[in-house]
Design a binder for this molecule. Structure first.
Ligand SMILES: *Cc1c(COP(=O)(O)O)cnc(C)c1O
Length: 361
């Protein structure tokens, strides 16, 4: 037979990530009801592992006016995927990025005059209108023009011909130091008075909004993905997997690296094709949900690509296990983060791109 192109086969996956867009919409509605102004969904780091492009498409369909990402490449990927809506680049534009930001129609954040100058110059050369948001530093000391100099900075940036459309700041201690949240808000309020209306002001992140309330537009990531317990928000993502092998152990059998699980004899074991390369934090995944929803214990260490779990009895290879569940229980993302001694953000952004995503509407 002559060699021809390989026909793609519609394949059922053995492991995948499922993202529930209707749960995303419920979270968005909750946030909109709490916010007093515009809600900017933050889709940086591939929407915290949830997949920025499908989420951006969905959110613009649901009436969102703009989304935010962290890097030029993230903004460009949205454009290449056909997203035409307003995309804000968070962080601080580097002068070297000015031209590409303009070409892709992305709205950069300015915290230096060098970047503002580069943006204005490149825009003139390309015959494009330079637009930007101004970042004001009210106490985080990371990026932004010092808040005391915001009016001067605005004047200087506008004098270069840049159209400043928004002005914002970022909270350093939401959920940790309420007094400093108030200090930052007071400073931002002064900035607002000095700069006047006619700009879109935005301030709170998820914890700022949920714990302290909104005083301007909000930029939310964590809450949108439902990764904050106690407010009725719920996670929107699960990791599901089918076993590649199910067997019964003999007394004394040792399982996995280090042989740390030693069988009593007679217990059933399933091997699931997901491991720490898929984003399961090593040393922190202790349980998985079985096909009937029961909690199953992980046997031994997880490997890079595989995880072994104990079963009450045999199951077929078509059975579906919930490795990460969309809740706040022992198989949820917050339990993983806590066991790992890290932030839910870090666990979420490390969910691997090699797991295919399925989106439910
Ligand atoms: C990431 C980010 C946010 C969103 O923070 P959450 O805590 O996920 O809501 C908001 N603003 C800026 C500037 C950010 O970098």
């Amino acid at each position: 037979m002559p060699a021809g192109p390989i026909e793609p086969v519609e394949m059922e996956e053995r492991a995948w990530i499922e993202v529930d867009l209707s749960a995303l919409e419920t979270n968005l509605d909750f946030i909109r009801n709490r916010a007093r102004g515009e809600v900017i969904p933050v889709l940086k780091a591939d929407a915290y592992g949830h997949g920025a492009l499908p989420l951006a498409r969905f959110l613009f369909q649901r009436g969102v006016r703009r989304v935010a990402v962290a890097t030029l490449a993230e903004g460009r990927a949205l454009r290449e995927g056909g997203v035409e809506g307003e995309v804000l680049l968070l962080g601080s534009l580097h002068p070297l990025e000015a031209e590409e930001a303009l070409r892709w129609g992305l709205t950069p954040t300015l915290s230096t005059l060098e970047a503002a100058r580069a943006l204005a110059e490149r825009a003139r050369a390309l015959g494009l209108l330079p637009r930007a948001h101004l970042k004001v530093d009210t106490g985080m000391n990371r990026v932004g023009f010092p808040w005391e100099e915001a009016a001067m900075a605005l004047k200087a940036v506008e004098a270069l011909g840049v159209r400043v459309e928004g002005v914002y700041t970022h909270l350093a201690t939401a959920g940790e130091d309420a007094a400093f949240v108030e200090t930052q808000r007071r400073r931002f309020q002064e900035v607002r008075r000095a700069l006047g209306e006619g700009y879109f002001y935005h301030l709170e992140n998820s914890l700022g909004l949920l714990l302290h309330g909104a005083t301007a537009g909000v930029r939310v990531g964590l809450a949108l993905y439902g990764l904050v317990p106690g407010f009725g928000l719920r996670p929107i993502l699960r990791i599901l997997a089918r076993p590649t092998l199910v067997k019964r152990l003999k007394a004394g059998d040792r399982v996995g690296y280090g042989g740390v699980y030693v069988a009593r004899g007679g217990e059933w074991l399933a091997t699931l094709p997901v491991g720490y390369a898929d984003g399961l934090p090593w040393g922190a995944v202790r349980f998985v949900k079985g096909p009937d929803g029961r909690l199953l214990e992980v046997a031994g260490r997880i490997s890079m690509d595989q995880t072994t779990v104990l079963l009450p009895g045999p199951v077929g290879l078509e059975a579906v296990f919930e490795v990460l569940s969309a809740d706040f229980g022992p198989t949820g993302l917050l339990a993983w983060a806590e066991a790992r001694g890290t932030l839910p953000y870090e666990v979420a952004v490390h969910l691997s791109r090699r797991l295919p995503r399925r989106y439910l509407e």
